[in-house]
Design a protein. Sequence first.
Length: 564
Amino acid sequence: MKRTCIAGWQPAADCLSASRVQRTFTTRPITNRPQVNNLPYIALLVACATAWGATNFDSEGARWWSHIEYLAGDALQGRGIGTPGFKKASEYVATQFEKAGLKPAGTDGYFQPIEFNVREIDEPKCSVALVRNGKAEPLTLGEDGNIRVTGEPAHEIDAAAVFVGHGLKIPEKNYDDLAGQDLKGKIVVYLTGAPADIPGPLASHYQSLGERWKALRAAGVIGILSIPNPKSMDIPWSRSTLARFRPVVSIADPSMIETRGLKLAMTINPAHAEKLFEGSGHTFEEILADADGKKPLPHFALPAQIRAHVSYTESKMQSRNTAGVYEGSDPQLKKEYVVMSAHLDHLGVGRPINGDAIYNGAMDDASGVASIIEISTMLHEQKVRTKRSILFIAVTGEESGELGSNYFAGHSTVPASSIVADINLDMFMPLHSLKYLEVQGVNESTLGNDIRAVAEKNGVEVQADKEPQRNLFIRSDQYSFIKHGVPALAFKFGYTFGSPEEQIHKEWLKNRYHAPSDDLNQPVDKPAAAKFNVIIEQLLERVADDPSRPKWNENSFFRRFAQS
């Protein structure tokens, strides 16, 4: 769709589609009138357009927020996977898709049902101890560390432990923390993160649980104890430890289980990690200092055996993705799809913080789902005719490991080869005005050129991922599509280091991320969110109308997935 900008509009982001302008005021040709008489008319037109653009962002921001008010309201109880609240949320999204003229793209109307396995830990019946010279030192679950009943957890385990640095094997850089060590039948302990000289995309990929476990299992490892680097923790331990009671959910399809053979998985509180290293000749403080100093980490056997008893219950559940297609107009290109995704699930009802037990998930990720609803509605209202089709999907199970998007990417309701790109929205954080847009994956594919062009037209500066050590590009649903060779982008509101906006983001992560306070009672810049939606809608149009499919850049690590 052709975009029209009238000279004098400020800011540049107020450039609107021709159809929007036409809906707002009726114009008539003025070329036959004397130019001097046209000037007041043009000035009036510009003034009206500018005023309308500002009002539009206010009203569209309010409409975007109205979806969040429903999805993140207490009545939906945090949209936990498989809960009645999630079901209501998916029905709401399907209704909005229908209103926007989207065609059903599930296996059951708008829905794609998925079967899941569920494990819930019975922590009072669990125990973990460090055994040295026959003497057992119990660990306090919840304080010293937490058991994660992922993989194929054994009820009883007693095994030797080895510290393996970051626990990574990265062939492209000839980096191998596992080389030369006897790890068969043992439990490995590692510090999260990666060596500083490993490029961000490469490090992120090999730090994913599936890739890390693939290498560890091949070396004969049976269990893992991960110690978060305190400098990279998004959530303080006092809050993150509450999540240990959440059910562990996995796709029931056995071909999609990435952690087969994993008998024990634990996360260790870094504040209490020192006790693991007693008698080893090393200290955790030294290991952190080496990591901070960008030095190689040591590898050594720990003098303690890990003895654990794990108790849990198992059950089944069903949840679903919600998908709709905005059909393209080109006879051939409409058979190809640009995917726009966001996750509908959040954490449901959990352990209370300050008396509140509902984890509403307003920014994470009702905001993204609200945006895909709004953008599909914008396309429908403006009667946009893109050449390719756009597939909008609100996926389930992201908080449990990108399960819904993994399932969709592996069991696509459209031909997998016809998916040309994924534009994913997860917690894009409109907490202030939109001057900078951080784009994860911006340097990996030709999609980076597209978002730069659209952002520039709207007066917004694109930034690359400023904190690659947080592995954000593999921590949301775009990664499910990337692993199937599909170029993808993900987004955050950007900022400059040392700015008030940076402090806003840090405070949000510390106090609201995965907490009940990510609710409807937080400051959000709704007009900035509407501006963001316009940019993403323009990006979708550009990609959908381009005669060429997006491609991975020649130097991108992720290019290999398209070739496999």
